[in-house]
Design a protein around this ligand. Structure first.
Ligand SMILES: [Zn+2]
Ligand SMILES: [Zn+2]
Length: 137
């Protein structure tokens, strides 16, 4: 499916207007594995829509997260957004805050008495010092 059609379908399913603002955010986040912050997305969107405010980018990102298109990674310092909503792991650099994906093939065992269906999101987060920061120490 074309990305534009995909976007229109998502808007329809969520009763959103297909605005250029939403499209710009969608385009930037589509298959984006860099875990951008609000400002990253805003800086991109401003290139095509000079009038777009940081607040509307923030609102759209949260709209997308609420709809399950993105995952909002809280408590990293400021919110970052992930285009991969499947279970996966994150290496988070304690120094520069950069986030790197990694795959795991098996889920860790759930604590006893917790039904699988009650789990809303699975993320394994490992804190580390990335090679670039390690070098600049
Ligand atoms: Zn780092
Ligand atoms: Zn990720």
């Amino acid at each position: 499916m074309e990305r534009a059609d995909e976007f229109r379908q998502i808007c329809k399913a969520n009763h959103w207007k297909c605005t250029p603002q939403r499209l710009a955010v969608y385009n930037y986040m589509h298959n984006n594995t860099c875990h951008p912050s609000v400002d990253d997305v805003w800086n991109f969107a401003r290139q095509s829509i000079s009038s777009i405010t940081r607040e509307s980018v923030y609102r759209i990102l949260n709209e997308f997260s609420d709809a399950g298109i993105l995952y909002r990674m809280d408590k990293i310092e400021s919110a970052h957004y992930d285009s991969q909503t499947m279970p996966h792991g994150h290496l988070v650099c304690e120094k520069c805050g950069k986030v790197k994906d990694f795959c795991f093939t098996e889920l860790p065992p759930l604590p006893a008495g917790i039904p699988q269906e009650s789990i809303l999101h699975i993320e394994l987060r490992l804190a580390w010092i990335c090679p670039a920061c390690e070098k600049s120490k």
